[in-house]
Design a protein around this ligand. Structure first.
Ligand SMILES: Nc1ncnc2c1ncn2[C@@H]1O[C@H](COP(=O)(O)OP(=O)(O)O)[C@@H](O)[C@H]1O
Ligand SMILES: [Mg+2]
Length: 284
């Protein structure tokens, strides 16, 4: 599965009802399974609706999404028949996924996905152990009830449940929301590790510092469309106020310094690097 392509995707919730909402209005977007892509945009811009199209949980009202060989379309002649392949390759982790654990032990919860795709209990157990190791949940937790884990641990457990199926693309809706800065960094370092071993990452986030620190590509969603795509440095050098977005802290700091006579470019990825440059006397 090399590429995912959104081709003029429109999506309407509850058409012709009082709850009618045109959430996507012609989304064109493409990326490969080697990407580390962040979707950003104000609340209600359509981010969650976009990612729920990535594994055909939602099907476009018009336009189509091509996910590898799979075609998701409301046109019955175009639409692919078998969902199984797609659901294995694209793993979706919902916002507040920690509330979706349901088995009575952690290990059973993580084994659920592989079992559901037909693995034997032994094979599913092996995959669950590997996934739990990857997210950093130790063996002494395996027989505990998910309710005995902390919120952060439960979120890791939910991610392990998706990883255990072996997706080529891991899609996460606001995975750091509600975590403290340390917890958020640990979570992002986990995704960085998963990306480095060859899994694509697509992530919705409100934290622009996270985008600058981790993502390789950003897509700005605005009013059901893609307003802009590029590297974090490209996107954050533009005026993002019309899209209701702040710049990362280091770029905001550069803006303030430049207003006071500096002419620094946006080449620094964090405040440490910026501080060092200024200490060395750099003004540009
Ligand atoms: N289940 C739903 N029924 C009706 N409208 C919805 C539903 N979910 C989302 N919407 C609407 O679709 C638009 C996009 O929502 P969403 O994709 O959740 O945005 P985001 O994730 O960027 O906050 C919003 O206007 C929202 O109110
Ligand atoms: Mg959302």
């Amino acid at each position: 599965m090399a590429v995912i392509v959104f081709d003029q995707v429109c999506f309407t919730y509850s058409p012709k009802s009082p709850f009618h909402s045109d959430a996507l209005k012609g989304v064109d977007l493409s990326f490969s399974s080697t990407d580390f892509l962040a979707l950003v945009g104000h609340t209600g811009s359509g981010k969650s609706t976009i990612i729920e199209h990535l594994n055909a949980l939602l099907v476009p009202t018009s336009g189509e999404v091509r996910i590898g060989e799979y075609i998701s379309s409301s046109n019955k002649k175009r639409r692919s028949k078998k969902l199984g392949y797609l659901r294995r390759k694209v793993g979706l982790v919902f916002q507040f996924s920690e509330n979706q654990l349901f088995e009575d032990t952690l290990i059973k919860d993580v084994m659920f996905g592989p079992r559901n795709f037909g693995d034997s209990p032994e094979a599913a157990h092996l995959k669950a152990v590997e996934a739990l190791g990857e997210v950093g949940l130790p063996e002494e937790y395996y027989e505990r009830s998910p309710f005995e884990l902390s919120g952060g641990e439960r979120r890791r457990a939910a991610i392990a449940g998706v990883l255990a199926v072996g997706p080529k693309l891991l899609v996460l809706d606001e995975p750091t929301s509600g975590l403290d800065p340390e917890g958020a960094r640990e979570m992002m370092d986990l995704f960085k590790k998963i990306h480095e071993r060859g899994t694509g990452i697509v992530l919705v986030t409100h934290d622009m510092d996270i985008v600058l620190g981790y993502a390789k590509k950003v897509a700005v969603v605005d009013n059901g469309k893609i307003a802009m795509t590029g590297t974090p440095a490209e996107v954050f050098s533009k005026d993002l106020k019309p899209y209701g977005l702040e710049k990362p802290l280091v770029y905001q700091t550069i803006d303030i310094l430049n207003a006071h006579g500096y002419s620094l470019s946006y080449q620094y990825e964090n405040l440490d690097d910026l501080a060092k440059a200024i200490k060395e006397g750099k003004k540009q």
